[in-house]
Every structure is written in C-alpha cells, then in structure tokens.
Design a protein around this ligand. Structure first.
Ligand code: ZN
Length: 420
C-alpha cells in the first residue's frame, strides 16, 4: 500500500517557475494529442487506440521524460475506461475527454526518481536539464507528481507498512455526518462520537471571508492591481483554510481508527451517504451539502484501517438513520435525539447518529446489536501546526519544507492513494 506526502514548493525564482510551468504545458500537449486522436477514432468509427499504440504515437515528441509521457497515456486510457464503464452503467451524461487542456500535472515513475544527499532529481528526458529540489525526506521516494494547487506542490508516494489482518470477531459500523463527523458503534457495546463542528465552523468562516473578498473584487477591473491583490488574499486564505480542515479531518479519522484498534475491531462498515446530497433543499443547505467531503473521509478511513489490519466494507446507508433498530418502524428525527413513535417500543431518547450506525450493523453483519452502554465523545484538536507550517514557509525561502509538520507519527500522510 502507498500513501502520498504533499510538499509545497514555497518560493521559486522566476526562471525555475517558468521551467515548472513549461513542463506542465508540455504534459498538457501530450494529453491533448491523446484526446484529439481518440476523438477522431470515435467520430470515424475506427478502432480505439490501446496503450501500445498511444505510447508509440507520443514517443519522442515531447520535452519530457519518456516514462512521464507514458504515465499521461495511461492516465488518459484509465479515464476512457472509467467513462465507458459509467456510460454502460447508464450514466449517459458522462463525456469522453474533450477539453483542450493548458496545463497537466507531470508525473515521474519511482524508477525515474533519484534521491541522494537531500536532493530530489526528476529527469526531463535525455539531453535536457533535470528538475532538482532540495528536500529533507526520511523515506525512499516512490512516484512523484508535480501538481498545481494555487502554487506548485510535489506529491511523493511512500510505501506504507501494513499490519496483519485481524480476526477477533468484533464488528463496527461508522455513520458519517456533517455535525457529528463520525458515529461509531461496535457489536460489543461500545460507542464513539467525533464531532465535526470544528470543520463546519472553518467552512463557514471560509464562505463568509470569500464572499467579502469577492464583493470587493466585483467592483474592480479584472486583472487590475487591486484585483490581483484581492485574489492573492483569497488564495492565501483558501490555502490556510484547506490545511486546517485537512488537519482536523486527519485527526478525526485517526481518532476513529484508534478507537477501533483499542476495542479489537476486525471489520468495519462505512455507510456511504451518496444520495443525501442530490436532494435540492435550498441555497444554504445545498452549499453545506456540497462542501461536505465525505468521499475524502471514506478515503482517509479506508487507508488508515487497511494500515492497521482492519477490513473495510463500504455500502449505501440508505434508510439507516430513519429506521428503528428495535421494531423497524420508519421515523425521520428532527433534532439530535431519536424517539421511536411506536408506543410499545422502548427505543426512546437515543442518539440519532449512533442509531444510524446500529442500523448499519444490522444491514452489514445481519445481527442486531445492543445500544452502547458508554458513548465516548471526542473532538479533533488543532495542534496549531498548520499555522506553524505557514510561518516556517516564509522564513525558510530556499529549502522546501513539508506543508504538514505534525507531531510524532499521528498523521502519516496528507492524502491517501490506496492501491489494492
Ligand atoms: Zn421502535
């Protein structure tokens, strides 16, 4: 299994910046050629190109490392495959790649990357000067990508150590939510609630701050001096906010995983709240739902569980929060407590999200669990390191430091790519 570490490149001289930009433009040209040829094949009903044909077509034409070009071809074909699968599954509004790209992330395979004496070297093909970065890595770097996210970032893959699979017989279900980030219940009577109010409040702060800046920006001429100043302020704010939310998210998921580890859980079920989001519930609620990044939560949880040897099942959570686990009666709760409307049922005054996770246990493991005797409440705590990373970036201009500098090994990576 691999995880990805993100390193922000804090400052580049304009010469270096232009080189990085040129590499991304070159990568976009490869993508565009793939896209145009594929489109022609589609329109003229000729057989579509496979990997060998695409690689042959793009070989030796671009100012990139040969494997970087191949990786773009592979990414393009993966895109085609998933679009085709989606269209076959009935999602007809899925489009095959059609847009001319200006920039595309450049990737290097693990073989091409060289790292020695604190210097990361990324080749640009024979006869061209490689890109090199001063980096302090405490691991052997795998594949690397050069990504733009309001500034350049290096995404470096790292081999992660996974523990052996457990077989203890203890199961757990996780209900993801917006107010309560996750509600966990186990089949041996344990419960955990991690609050998501910190994340929610950061998102609200972002919405208010961005609205204010956009209002000011709307009064200036586009690309004027003042407009650019405001845009820089927006970027700065968004980046910090993103880092803070990411830290909270990692903390919250880590708390869930640690809870499962202490209670010897061997299999977890994560409810996928797809479908909740697609309802139209008004402007403000829609914005809240659109900003609820449960996909990322599922990603983080999955790779953290995998690393600690816990099996993960993911399934729909449809109807789990509106069904009584005692008598099966449907009821949509209003507040945070669940009261069964059936007068004969004793399921009253229970926690709404824990109820949801209990019903998930019924669905996933086919066994009715007990309501937890004790529920633990936790909240993700900021270590202040996201701010620390900020200040260190400005004082250390030449050497590159990781955007995440968390204490100890609590946060293993900033994003997960799980390879099965
Ligand atoms: Zn009931």
């Amino acid at each position: 299994m691999q995880t990805t570490k993100i390193y922000r490149l804090p400052y580049q001289k304009s010469k270096v910046f232009e080189r990085l930009k040129a590499a991304q433009i070159e990568a976009a040209k490869v993508w565009n050629e793939c896209m145009v040829t594929h489109k022609e094949c589609r329109i003229n009903q000729r057989p579509w190109l496979n990997q060998t044909a695409l690689q042959k077509l793009t070989k030796g034409k671009y100012e990139l490392h040969s494997q970087s070009v191949q990786m773009i071809c592979q990414a393009f074909l993966a895109n085609i495959d998933s679009t085709r699968a989606n269209r076959r599954a009935g999602i007809k509004n899925m489009k095959y790649p059609w847009r001319i790209k200006r920039f595309y992330p450049v990737s290097w395979t693990a073989q091409a990357v060289k790292y020695s004496n604190g210097k990361l070297t990324l080749p640009m093909g024979r006869g061209r000067k490689p890109l090199s970065f001063k980096l302090d890595l405490d691991f052997i770097p795998g594949a690397v990508s050069l990504v733009w996210n309001r500034g350049f970032e290096l995404h470096i893959k790292q081999e992660a150590i996974t523990e052996e699979k457990k077989t203890t017989g203890v199961k757990a279900a996780i209900d993801l939510g917006e107010i309560h980030h996750s509600a966990v219940s186990t089949n041996n009577g344990q419960g955990l609630i991690v609050t998501g109010r910190g994340i929610r409040s950061l998102k609200r702060q972002r919405n208010v701050a961005l609205a204010k800046l956009s209002r000011k920006q709307s009064k200036c001429t586009k690309y004027s001096k003042r407009w650019k100043k405001l845009q820089a302020a927006k970027n700065r704010f968004c980046l910090r906010n993103e880092r803070q939310i990411r830290e909270y998210r990692h903390q919250a998921t880590r708390q869930v995983v640690e809870f499962c580890q202490t209670h010897d859980v061997d299999t977890v079920f994560i409810g996928n709240p797809d479908g909740v989001r697609n309802k139209n519930c008004g402007r403000r609620h829609n914005q809240r739902m659109a900003q609820w990044e449960y996909g990322r939560d599922i990603d983080y949880l999955t790779y953290k569980f995998k690393m600690s040897g816990i099996s993960v099942l993911i399934g729909s959570e449809r109807g789990t929060s509106s069904t009584c686990p005692e008598c099966g009666r449907r009821h949509k709760p209003r507040g945070r407590t669940w009261n069964c409307p059936n007068p004969e049922c004793s399921y009253k005054n229970k926690h709404r999200d824990i109820t949801g996770s209990l019903m998930m246990q019924v669905l996933a493991f086919d066994k009715k669990p007990e309501y937890p005797e004790a529920i633990k409440y936790l909240r993700p705590v900021s270590t202040g390191s996201s701010r620390c990373a900020d200040t260190r970036q400005s004082s250390l201009t030449r050497t590159n430091i990781p955007s995440t500098s968390f204490e100890g090994n609590r946060l293993i990576s900033t994003q997960s790519i799980s390879v099965v």
